[in-house]
Design a protein around this ligand. Structure first.
Ligand code: GBH
Length: 461
């Protein structure tokens, strides 16, 4: 493979952390094995019309049965870290009560397998697979779910913290809350803005409760954090309405999480925007202290950036409900197969902005990557120059942000291999490694070889 290398990448230090990432429901399969109970995603997939082609994660990449082979594959990429998530409905079926030893044993073996290959395990405790029984009891809009999450987290922590040093509580609470409970584009598929805002608070509370308890129980050096999906939000023009639209969008997608996490309070402008929509964040006494736990590493997932206008196509500044317009305006740049615009500059801008607004919070890129319309040859090999170019420009964007002062310590590519892309099913492929779902054969794409060679080169080994 060509080691096309943006010179900025050479400025990354040899100590920079390199990884690949996955999540449980997207790769494991084995949906009924060893005591696992359904999660909201099993239910959502079985609801007609929700997932492309009626796909589901019953089998996915069959990783549950092919884990040692997959760990060897990770090793062959030369990364030092593997970010994976633990399935709550395996470890604690139904979301309450004692640990399920058979379900937990899988992660125990996975951690040992990784360590034996010299790969650091990086655990995400929740990547969207809420036990269905907890959803039936109210889901994330219900306060009790935060306490259930902390209990579950402790079950995993007690079992793995002798070997796992890096812990992420939640993956992308914005997606859980907004796509799950407001837009309905993800499980559980509800469409209730008020419920989504309650979910935001209870996700953050769950993060705080879990982090507090895990940190208290930690013996050796252990890092705790949360992963947020973020993009850089800017106004489409310099007009006051457009700047207001960008402020609102940024508030509801980014600052509503970061301000309570880092500063201990919700942003006033967001609270006011919500009040205008008749919604109050259900904060109780003491919640904000719980939510503000020291963050050892902030996980940043970046895919694209957005510009906003406060004026719709007809020239109106309010919609049918009398609410201010927030319209996304395209840059007109090339897109990935997800139709997401390719904007590495926005990545640099976002990271620099985070470093400025939340100083003293180290960051790791816990996800970045792209889906493209891959074409495998007869041998299963994919020449994905488009994905390689995406990775190269985005890793360079991270390096540039570091030069500008952002404290970014690592980069994990999304994803190790093609997998179940949520409501897009198996049609969209994000992997560095191609998966032939009929045979479960894995074949590294040219981007995987480029990534391996790039890591080697940066490390100087
Ligand atoms: C991540 O979420 C997930 O953590 C991961 O499981 C998933 O497989 C991966 O990304 C790829 O999708 O339409 O231009 O407005 C991604 C969260 C939030 C990123 C919405 C893109 C909209 C882009 N996504 N965002 S756009």
């Amino acid at each position: 493979p060509t080691v096309g290398l943006d010179p900025a990448i050479d400025t990354l230090p040899a100590s920079f952390r390199w990884g690949v990432a996955t999540s449980a429901y997207q790769i494991e399969g084995a949906h009924e094995e060893d005591g696992r109970t359904p999660s909201i995603w099993d239910t959502y997939c079985r609801t007609p019309g929700m997932v492309h082609d009626g796909d589901n994660g019953d089998v996915a990449c069959d990783h549950y049965h092919r884990m040692p082979e997959d760990v060897a594959l990770i090793g062959s990429l030369g990364v030092d870290t593997y970010r994976f998530s633990v399935a709550w409905p395996r470890v604690q079926p139904g979301g309450r009560g004692p640990v399920n030893p058979a379900g937990l044993a899988f992660y125990d073996r996975l951690v040992d397998e990784l360590l034996a290959k010299g790969i650091d395990p990086w655990v995400t405790l929740y990547h969207w697979d809420l036990p269905q029984e907890l959803e039936d009891a109210g889901g994330w809009p219900a306060r009790d779910t935060a306490y259930r999450f902390a209990d579950y987290s402790m079950l995993v922590f007690d079992a793995l913290s002798d070997r796992v040093r890096e812990w992420t509580t939640l993956n992308e609470p914005w997606c859980s809350a907004m796509l799950g409970y407001y837009e309905g584009r993800q499980a559980p598929g509800r469409q209730d803005f008020g419920a989504a805002i309650h979910a935001v608070h209870h996700l953050l509370l769950g993060h705080g409760l879990a982090t507090q308890r895990m940190r208290e129980a930690a013996t050796g050096p252990t890092g705790f954090g949360i992963t947020l999906n973020m993009s850089h939000s800017s106004p489409a023009t310099d007009s006051e309405v457009d700047r207001e639209a960008a402020r609102r969008a940024d508030g509801l997608s980014r600052r509503i999480y970061l301000d309570p996490l880092v500063k201990g309070h919700y942003p006033e402008d967001v609270v006011a925007d919500l009040a205008r929509r008749g919604v109050t964040i259900p904060v109780r006494d003491g919640d904000l202290e719980v939510i503000r736990q020291p963050i050892d590493v902030l996980g940043v997932n970046y895919y694209s950036s957005h510009r906003f206008s406060g004026v719709d196509e007809q020239g109106n500044t309010t919609d049918a409900d009398g609410l201010p317009v927030d319209r996304t305006v395209r840059f007109g740049l090339p897109v990935t197969a997800m139709d997401w615009e390719i904007i590495p500059e926005g990545f640099t801008e976002l990271l620099v902005q985070l470093g400025r607004e939340y100083p003293g919070v180290p960051m790791v890129i816990t996800e970045n990557g792209a889906a493209f319309d891959d074409e495998a040859d007869e041998t299963g090999f994919v020449r994905d120059a488009d994905r390689t170019a995406y990775l190269e420009s985005h890793i360079a964007a991270v390096a540039k942000a570091r030069e500008l002062g952002a404290d970014v310590r690592g980069y994990f590519a999304w994803s190790l291999m093609d997998n179940f892309e949520w409501s897009y099913g198996y049609e969209k492929r994000f992997g560095l490694v191609h998966v032939d779902y009929a045979t479960q054969v894995r074949t590294p794409k040219s981007s995987a070889l480029w990534y391996r060679d790039t890591i080697r080169r940066v490390r100087g080994s």
